[in-house]
Ligand binder design. Structure first.
Ligand code: C2G
Length: 129
């Protein structure tokens, strides 16, 4: 089994998230998504509209996703990759290069972001309705 992992907030689950997860699922046989907790979002300086429970449930309902775990801090990636026996770590390319230190543990892949959509742009669009 070729296992893939990714991390993120996944607020207001949108097409950019789906297009990323779809491509990640094609990189292997099993996809784990670690969804940032509300507490870790505060560390990241982000406030999600949806609770961790709702964000995790939406990601978990996605056909491309096999497992959802909490992301509680910046430092858990190495232990996650070792414990879950991950082969590929992948993120959108806004993170290009930022996690190359994981290359001793697994493949590290950055995929192009989907243009013109983000949780922030959705919030703005709704506010202007
Ligand atoms: N993404 C994308 N296209 C978009 C928006 C997001 O491909 N239009 C990708 C991002 O590149 C990221 C994932 O979707 O890989 C989740 O995005 P966020 O929820 O914004 O995650 P982020 O806050 O970047 O958290 O430890 C890593 C962090 O938790 C990443």
């Amino acid at each position: 089994t070729r296992k893939v992992i990714t991390y993120g907030t996944f607020d207001l689950f949108h097409i950019g998230h789906i297009r990323l997860l779809e491509r990640l699922a094609e990189l292997g046989d099993h996809l784990t998504v670690c969804v940032s907790t509300d507490e870790f979002n505060a560390v990241k300086g982000k406030t999600a509209v949806m609770s961790w429970e709702q964000r995790a449930a939406l990601v978990g309902a996605c056909r491309y996703v096999d497992q959802v775990l909490p992301e509680k801090g910046w430092g858990q990636k190495r232990e996650d990759i070792i414990r879950e026996k991950i082969d590929v770590f992948a993120m959108g390319d806004d993170w290009e290069g930022r996690f190359d230190d994981l290359k001793d543990l697994c493949e590290v892949v950055y995929l192009p972001r989907t243009k013109d959509v983000s949780s922030t742009s959705l919030k703005t669009a709704i506010r202007e309705m």
